[in-house]
Every structure is written in structure tokens, then in C-alpha cells.
Design a protein around this ligand. Sequence first.
Ligand code: HEM
Length: 239
Amino acid sequence: MKKGILQRISDSAVWRSIFRTGIPDTDLKRSMLIFNNFFLHIFPAKMKRHGLCFSFTFCLGGISCLLFIILTVTGILLMFLYTPSIERAYFDMQALALLFNGKILRNLHRWSAHGMVATVFFHMVRVFYTRSYRPPREFNWVVGIGLLVLTLALSYTGYLLPWDQLAYWGITVGTTIMTYTPFLGSYIRFFMLGADEVGHEALLRFYVLHCVVLPFFTGLLMAIHFWRVRKDGGISGPL
Ligand code: HEM
């Protein structure tokens, strides 16, 4: 019998060199398709019905992840237009308003950042309320705390970058509060600012932390977090 076009494509050597499973027309092949695909293997091959229940998770972890992706993409675009120097930073941000869609880009980044702080917090409240921090998920709770700290640190370091009055005084007040840490206060402030007051050393430090170091560790912890959700048997049961 003559083969259909789809069958011929899925039987071809090129197709088979990329996708090891044929047309996923059985449960086994569907599972194999998920296991063997780099992009799909983040999804579970099987899941429990309650895991799909919106009112259990409110998709808050997923929304946090989506906002992180939006922040990464808009952040990279903003990096093309921004110079981390005290002479240029403020004017670069003002110049964004003159660009086609520049304001939308900036506001997308800003509002996604506010949104992520809120969704990560509410995700933590949901996990607490549904008692999902209990064994075997206690380690993932600790990874989550790391993610919360990183999210807040990303938000804080981004605050200085526009180099306007709000940014300058916000970071001055924030780092001055640090000096009240017992014994180590002034060292911590110096370590954060790279100098005795907010200046170009601080701007460069915050820029590198905001654009490279913190996103890297957030991405890494997120990968561990998702992997742990899978290893802990998927999303915890209903209450
Ligand atoms: C960047 C921040 C975070 C992201 C992107 C994230 C993402 C996710 C996702 C997608 C899930 C699957 C279920 C769901 O959507 O609710 C999940 C589950 C979980 N998260 Fe997070 N999370 C973050 C922060 C946190 C924080 C701050 C905590 C707690 C301190 C936490 C603790 C947990 C735990 C214990 C689970 C398993 C819950 C269950 O099985 O019901 N996560 N996370």
C-alpha cells in the first residue's frame, strides 16, 4: 500500500536522525517522544489529574518562570541601549522614550519585575498553605528560598540602573540600613558599593550583578527547582 506523506517524512533518515520516535500513535511512543526530546523532556510523560487543577497551584510558579523569560528577553534588548556609566545611564534611559517602542520595552521590563516579585511571593504562600513544603519536598522549599532571595536581589540591583534621584537615594538609604548590621555593617556597605558612597563603582557592580551574576544563578536554581518537582513525584497531592 502507498505510504502517506506524513509516514514517508517520519520514516526518512533525516527525520529519524533528529526525532528517534515515529509518529506518536501509542501511549508508549508518546512517552518516548517526551523522554527523547531536549525541549519536551521538561514536561512529565505522565501526570496526576490534580496536577492540572488550576485552583491548586494557580499556576503561580509557571507564571513566575514566564515573567523571568520576559525579563531576560527585554533585559537583553535594553542592554543594547544602555551604558553603565554615571555620565550616560540617566540620558540613555531618557533616550529610550524617543525610540520606536522604547517605552513599551522599558515598561515591559519594569512591570514584569514587579509582577515576578508578587507571583514568587504568592507562589510561596500557596506552597505554605497547601503544606507542600513537607517531605519529600523540603529540599525544594530551601531551593525556593534561594530563588526568592535572588528575585529580590535582582529587583534591588535593577533599581539603581536608571541613575535618577529615586535610584540614587533608594540605594543610599538601603545600603545605609546595612551599616546597622552588628560588627560587619560598614564592611557590608563597602562591599556592596565598592566605595564609601554611591558612585560609578556601585553602578558598575550593580550592573554586572543585575545582568550576569544574578540571572545566571536564578536560571540554575530554577532548573534544579523544576527537576526536583519531577523527582519528588510531581506536584503534591490535593489537601
Ligand atoms: C523564581 C521563583 C520560582 C519559580 C519560577 C518557581 C517555579 C515553580 C513551579 C513551576 C512549580 C510547579 C508547581 C506550581 O506551578 O506551583 C513549583 C513548585 C514548588 N515550589 Fe517553586 N518557584 C519559585 C520560587 C519558590 C519559592 C520562593 C518557594 C518557597 C520558599 C518555592 C517552593 C516550591 C515547592 C515546595 C514546590 C513543590 C510544590 C508542590 O509540589 O505542590 N518555589 N515552583
